[in-house]
Design a protein around this ligand. Structure first.
Ligand code: MOS
Length: 736
């Protein structure tokens, strides 16, 4: 089906079997805690593998002048040392193609070095330890060139990036500059956010082997179709000769949208050696060999009347892309739809630097864009002596202020009001620095959450087997968000089966094509294809039982209607009954502005002497369409909020401006929140059903929790201390 009309009432609305929304435990939870859900590195299929280890460049720009592999080749257990001299030729890197994760991505194709940590050699040995030891024996000398590694000093070289569908770098409505100049109350503030690292629990890893001309790759990928095309395009082999399998994935966050050297080098080495090759990136290697979120510089200009009506909204953002790449952080995106205001301007500019590749990290755009916009709104509220919620209420739009189309659904006001009630917002002192508890200054802050809602094309195949099991297959992945679980609930509800009778088969590119997990579109896209397949299966089953499909009721392993009843396993017979389903995005995403919304509330304490900032409590209230599983949705929201706390207080990868590498390239020094940093956090979803988005009437929830959360913390720090910090993360040295 194509999403051209609002979704009609359906079986999920009726929810007769109460599966939809139920806080079902993860169906793969037991396997995971028992270590029985194999991640790519743990897969035991195929012959005994050899082990690969990547040698990284120790310069950021230049070329390999000489490389001596003799000692490494003689080392115990070594099977192969691959360098640019003997690696198979691959397709050159190209910026062509709508799907940037499917572009050719050659490694060891030439002696050029384009970023620190770029793979310059690949050692394969009988064991991991032998490969790692031999990797240290590869002697390399470089012809080094001077590189550029910092955004601020290179802003003069900023370019307007290439846009693409839905990624226009600029927007203009009305006439921003004169409206801003004429506004009686103005905020003009610049915020900076640092480099962010995905820091997935599961490092990137691959196991590859060949069966004739076909390569089978177990790896950790969010998007199997893109990974398949990338391997095919790089190695110049037919797409059907590549099979990608990612059954279990320990975190994606955007850092597993692309594939990297572990995948491609393992595949190439396995072909040469005629045996499986397994390669993992070390935690340190992940910082340079994979992608990161660019740092940003964001200038916010807000103009308002004295009673708080926005008349001018300007958001300009600068981020970096790798020298050869074209990604940019769309930090001003949400500013186009969040608040009313007649005169508006957004700009994205990109600076090409000699750094590793920047790309999407959880909620690309909103995650850091709201850190700036929602602080600026707080600054405006303070200047107006107005409550920050009241300021937002006065600028609540009645339609999308830039696209001039209605919202599919929007409950930002309800989220703020419900959050204020639950959090006790009315007890707040509007004047900063007023509340003291012992050596702590205490303050509260709030901000809005918003994240764009997406739908992508997907297909699904379902089979009702003679044993009564419903098996569903899709190339969709579960990156830890709970895809297996919510899809099980959908299928169980549609066919009236217990969840134990549903077998969800994901994570294999041989299964029907989906867009995978990314951008919070996974559940909506693959879930809608599954829903459609289940509808088609219901029709087939009802018809074979002689029941009018419109009257058919499914439950207890039976279908009934019009006085007739039939057992599903009988209808399935020995060969089973199969049905296909699909979803395509259609007109609804052009006719309606689609976002999920929420509001964050935070209370912090700031130590009077040391400036130490401690989060004391935090609440998120969200409206994100129908919730498929109350537990997994809440877990996503809380995980996102913790990440938001990290972006406010902890996370910062630091580039050495002389050598162009991330100095703190491990999790000991790249700080993420730990248990002691996170007190009681709660997340609440308001009832909402959005029939404009997809047949499930859901919106993406995965990225909503991080979208803005850090700004509530920053605003609370201001309320506690009266010190406005515009340079994230907020560390104690900046408070004092
Ligand atoms: Mo998304 S950037 O794939 O978390």
């Amino acid at each position: 089906m194509e999403m051209n009309q609002p979704a009609p009432p359906n079986a999920l609305d009726r929810n007769e079997h109460r599966n939809i929304g139920a806080p079902l435990d993860r169906v793969d939870g037991r396997l995971k805690v028992m270590g029985a859900a194999p991640y790519a590195y743990e897969v035991k299929e195929g012959a005994k593998p050899a082990y690969g280890f990547i040698v990284e460049s120790t310069i950021a720009k230049g070329r390999v002048a000489a490389i001596d592999t003799a000692a490494a080749e003689r080392a115990p257990g070594v099977l192969m040392v691959m360098t640019h001299r003997n690696a198979p030729r691959q397709a050159p890197f190209s910026l062509e193609g709508e799907d940037r994760f499917a572009r050719p991505k050659p490694y060891l194709n030439d002696p050029q070095v384009q970023y620190y940590g770029e793979p310059v050699a690949f050692v394969v040995a009988e064991t991991f330890e032998q490969a790692r030891a031999a990797a240290q024996m590869v002697r390399i000398s470089y012809a080094q060139q001077k590189g550029e590694y910092e955004l601020q000093p290179n802003l003069g070289k900023a370019e307007k990036p290439k846009g693409g569908a839905g990624r226009e770098p600029d927007s203009d409505v009305g006439d921003f500059e004169p409206a801003f100049t004429a506004a009686p109350v103005r905020i003009d503030a610049t915020y900076t956010t640092p480099f962010h690292i995905h820091a997935q629990m599961e490092p990137h890893a691959s196991l590859a082997w060949w069966e004739g001309d076909r390569v089978i790759i177990h790896c950790s990928s969010q998007l199997l179709e893109s990974a398949q095309k990338c391997v095919s395009n790089t190695l110049q082999i037919p797409n059907e000769n590549v099979r990608i399998v990612s059954r279990y994935i320990g975190g994606g966050f955007g850092g597993k949208l692309p594939i990297y050297a572990d995948v491609l080098l393992s595949a190439m080495a396995a072909r040469e050696l005629k045996r499986p090759v397994k390669t993992a990136l070390t935690r340190q290697q992940m910082f340079h060999v994979t992608t990161h979120r660019s740092d940003t510089i964001q200038r916010l200009r807000l103009g308002a009347t004295r009673d708080g009506v926005l008349t001018a909204i300007g958001h300009e953002s600068w981020s970096h892309s790798a020298r050869f790449d074209d990604f940019y952080e769309s930090a001003a995106k949400q500013t186009r739809s969040l608040y009313a205001g007649a005169n508006r301007m957004t700009r994205h500019r990109s600076v090409r630097l000699d750094l590793p590749v920047s790309d999407s990290a959880r909620a690309p755009g909103e995650a850091v864009g709201l850190l700036a916009l929602e602080c600026a709104m707080d600054e405006l509220a303070h200047q107006l002596r107005m409550d920050p919620i009241e300021l937002r209420l006065r600028n609540e739009p009645t339609e999308d202020p830039e696209k001039h189309i209605p919202y599919s659904s929007r409950q930002l006001v309800a989220c703020m009001q419900e959050g204020a009630r639950r959090f006790g917002w009315n007890k707040r002192s509007a004047q900063p620095g007023q509340l003291r508890e012992g050596r702590w200054l205490v303050g509260t802050g709030m901000c809005a959450a918003t994240r764009g809602n997406l739908l992508r094309a997907a297909k699904c195949k379902v089979t009702l087997q003679g044993d009564g099991m419903l098996v569903a297959r899709m190339s969709m992945t579960d990156i830890g968000t709970g895809s297996y679980t919510v899809f099980t609930q959908i299928a169980a509800e549609m066919l009236g089966l217990p969840v134990e009778k549903v077998s969800m088969q994901l994570g294999d590119s041989d299964f029907p094509e989906t867009a995978g997990s990314g951008g919070s579109f996974g559940a909506a896209s693959a879930g809608s294809a599954l829903y459609d397949a289940c509808e088609n299966l219901r029709t087939k089953l009802a018809q074979s039982a002689g029941i009018d499909p419109a009257q058919a009721r499914f439950g207890g392993g039976m279908v009934s209607g019009g006085g007739k009843t039939a057992h599903l396993d009988k209808l399935a017979g020995s060969s089973g009954v199969e049905a296909q389903g699909e979803i395509k995005p259609g007109e609804m995403e052009k006719k309606f502005s689609q976002q999920a919304y929420g509001a964050f509330f935070a209370e912090v304490g700031v130590d009077l002497d040391s400036g130490e900032i401690r989060l004391r409590r935090m609440l998120g209230v969200f409206a994100a369409g129908r919730i498929l599983n109350a537990k997994t949705a809440r877990s996503q929201a809380i995980g996102g909020m913790i990440w938001g706390v990290g972006s406010a207080l902890h996370e910062e990868a630091v580039v050495d401006p002389r050598h162009g590498f991330f100095v703190n390239h491990d999790i000991a020094e790249y700080h993420v929140p730990v248990h002691a940093d996170i007190p009681a956090i709660d997340a609440v979803f308001l009832p909402e059903v959005d029939d404009k988005t997809n047949p499930l009437k859901i919106k993406g929830v995965g990225e909503l929790g991080i979208s803005g959360a850090g700004a509530a913390v920053a605003n609370a720090v201001f309320n506690a201390t009266g010190v406005r910090i515009r340079d994230y993360p907020l560390t104690l040295d900046k408070v004092l």
